[in-house]
Ligand binder design. Structure first.
Ligand code: 5RP
Length: 224
């Protein structure tokens, strides 16, 4: 039997949403499932919430589903943030940014009282690094920034979309850095961040409060 594990994780996460909450909304296909579940609760129960969206894509979907949105201008922290991931290890460290929204996602997830990651089972790894670490960089001089990233021992690829350079919602570029295996995510993130031209990395450490993983229809909750 085929399970829609992204939907199963999303459905579980939406149970954590309470009346009056300000919700951080990440991005990606798992978060899209969450938005559909949230829209159902708003319609069926008249639940009152507002969301702050981490990407233009999830903002568009939220608007389509009539989920009320707000911005950091009104709220500088959120009650709960729900976001997806590309990898999650046993310490609940993440590699994120496959969709290119890592900066805004990190900004929102960081200011959440509770940060919940939702994912399907294949995102669980023993060690981070199989998924290349997305690094958002300033477009100016990106070639020099790329060289300095390579000096940390990774293979790099400037992200493209339909043959053109991918441009993030913040008008920056993304360089995907393949390390294959990351032994110390905290130190690697710090080293990457020291490079001038690097805005942020897709390594999220010590941020997750709870991970809801659905694997072949079974829900596993991992807590910090
Ligand atoms: C976007 C992200 C996403 O959360 C991550 O890529 C997971 O996406 P999906 O839910 O589609 O598998 O970090 O920048």
């Amino acid at each position: 039997m085929e399970y829609n594990d992204k939907l199963i994780a999303a459905r579980e996460a939406v149970r954590y949403i309470k009346e009056g909450m300000v919700i951080g909304i990440g991005s990606g296909s798992t978060v899209n499932e969450f938005l559909y579940c949230l829209a159902d609760r708003i319609k069926e129960e008249g639940l009152q919430i507002v969301g702050i969206s981490a990407s233009k894509k999830s903002e568009r979907l939220a608007r389509k589903l009539k989920i009320p949105l707000t911005t950091f201008a009104s709220y500088q922290n959120v009650d709960i943030s729900i976001d997806g991931t590309d990898e999650i290890d046993e310490q609940l460290h993440l590699v994120k940014g496959g969709g290119g929204s890592l900066v805004r996602e990190k900004m929102i997830d960081l200011v959440a009282d509770t940060f919940i990651v939702i994912a399907s089972g294949e995102k669980k790894v023993r060690k981070l690094g199989t998924f290349p670490v997305p690094v958002e960089v300033v477009p100016f001089g990106w070639q020099a920034t790329e060289q300095r990233l390579q000096q940390l021992g990774c293979h790099t690829k400037l992200r493209l979309l339909n043959g053109e350079i991918f441009v993030s919602d913040n008008q920056n570029y993304i360089i995907d850095c393949e390390f294959k295996k990351i032994d110390d995510a905290v130190t690697l993130h710090a080293s990457l961040k020291q490079i001038v031209g690097v805005i942020e990395t897709g390594i999220f450490t010590h941020m997750v409060d709870k991970a809801i993983i659905a694997d072949n229809g079974q829900i596993y909750v991992m807590k910090n």
